[in-house]
Write a protein that binds this ligand. Sequence first.
Ligand code: ZN
Ligand code: ZN
Length: 216
Amino acid sequence: MSLKIAVIPVTPLQQNCTVMWCEDTMKAVVIDPGGDVDALKDAIEELGVTVEKILLTHGHFDHVGGAMDLAEHTGAPIVGPHKEDEYITTAVTQRGPEFGVSDGRNVVGNAWLEEGDSVTFGNQSLNVYHTPGHTPGHIVYVHLDEKVAQVGDVLFRGSIGRTDLGRGDHATLIASITQKLWPLGNDVTFIPGHGPSSTFGEERATNPLVGDAVVG
Ligand SMILES: [Zn+2]
Ligand SMILES: [Zn+2]
């Protein structure tokens, strides 16, 4: 019944592409394959896992740019994010080059996810929560038994996601963090879209932007 996790930073933005797999079945999901697909293929082969699904947290190019290439390589479907991010999952070839990333592809043919959905691989299950604010269609994936979450660009160790891009909204992001993430428990470890992991409890105690002392 055990969950295994490998984090592989990709693109010049060092986006945390996350491979989660079921040790019993060696079936895996790859969350946010933003780029550097050759390195991801190597990692998947080295781990010896079979990719069942490619999951996306939100539509930004550094999270989705490699999804189509990896889907074609593995035969796995692309699942997520929420449909509200379609305006950016289909604009990767416009946005990426502005940040020096020109090999990303627009995502087409993916399945959308909503609050309350779950995603399975092997004997494992991830719950989906809709957490807008950084982007309107941002979702997070939470393994409730193992208390591990992949939260994309919603929350970082010591920081929160930017809300000055496109359709971002600060108050909405704060509400997503305090009303969707915090109730999951202080002992949940999260992998953010960029940088080191932390726990919800640690952020509630110390985060200068969304800690309990700041947002009450
Ligand atoms: Zn983002
Ligand atoms: Zn990002």
